[in-house]
Design a protein around this ligand. Structure first.
Ligand code: NAP
Length: 256
């Protein structure tokens, strides 16, 4: 019988790749996204359709919605892993950054990880499952030397700290909690950031892309699959004694 994983923000980019990587490794995946149609089209394209993949619309900023998805999955299918991946970004100079953007970023990137992790952990404890929770942080969760993303940096440092606090308290239930810290990943989020950064620096999107590659010792843009493989490891039995970790998956773009 398949184990079941829920992935948030999985209608696009890294989340979609995580859903694929887990499905390839015999997980049943519940693909969730703000955009329920996007989630559904990802779910129906996953490998091993006989595993019974599902999709649901889920806005991660809603604690009630996260609890409902977690309870439904735990009761019907068993909840063995939860990947809090949804995230957003905006680029502004710190001096110009609107506080409304800060609030939006924190709501999705940090509150979303808090409420989803709490919902998942409550169900794992209720059903006696020693599951795994993985959060998508960022290399911007380990260093603030990142241009034009001050609110995002604050949210991702928060995710790294929250991951440790969750791991500390949930250890007694056998639940592991880790995060991944990707670098320059080629996704729709990156496409938006290339345009914003080019405008803020007075250069071109290609010029910014070249800077990202030059900053990456492995010499290419990161692919969503690079992150997904690390997440698949963290929810696997191979990672059973790893908890509270913030795993750099960035081609060497930031080493700590
Ligand atoms: P993406 O392609 O924009 O995908 C993010 C997904 O999250 C989208 O499907 C988006 O839906 C969804 N989403 C946005 N707000 C949501 C909400 N309130 N509830 C549920 N889903 C929501 O971005 P990505 O690059 O794959 O990013 C995935 C994660 O990786 C994020 O946490 C991001 O911060 C992190 N990350 C990305 C990079 C990078 O270089 N790309 C680097 C480090 C970390 P809509 O499209 O409908 O808005």
């Amino acid at each position: 019988m398949s184990r079941t994983a829920v992935v948030t923000g999985a209608g696009s980019g890294i989340g979609r790749a995580i859903a694929h990587a887990l499905a390839q490794r015999d997980w049943r995946v519940v693909v969730t996204d703000l955009d329920g149609d996007a989630a559904e089209s990802v779910a129906t394209a996953l490998p091993h359709q006989d595993a019974g993949h599902e999709s649901a619309a889920l806005d991660v900023t809603s604690a009630d919605a996260a609890s409902a998805v977690a309870a439904d999955v735990a009761s019907r299918l068993g909840l063995h892993a939860w990947v809090s991946n949804a995230g957003i970004s905006f680029m502004h100079r710190f001096l110009d950054a609107p506080v409304e953007r800060y609030e939006q970023t924190m709501a999705v990137n940090l509150k979303g990880v808090f409420v989803c992790g709490q919902a998942a952990a409550r169900e794992m404890v209720r059903t006696g499952v020693a599951g795994a929770i993985v959060n998508t942080a960022s290399m911007a969760g380990k260093q603030g030397r990142v241009p034009f993303l001050s609110d995002y940096v604050a949210s991702k440092f928060g995710v790294v700290g929250l991951t440790q606090a969750m791991a500390y308290e949930l250890g007694e239930h056998g639940i592991t909690v880790n995060c991944v810290c990707p670098g320059f990943v080629e996704t729709p989020m990156q496409s938006r950031e290339l345009e914003w950064e080019a405008e803020l620096r007075g250069t071109t999107a290609d010029g910014v892309r070249d800077m990202m590659i030059a900053d990456t010792p492995l010499g290419r843009l990161e692919q969503p699959e690079d992150v997904a493989r690390a997440v698949a490891f963290l929810v696997s039995e191979d990672a059973r004694f790893i908890t509270g970790e913030a795993l750099a998956v960035n081609g060497g773009a930031y080493m700590d």
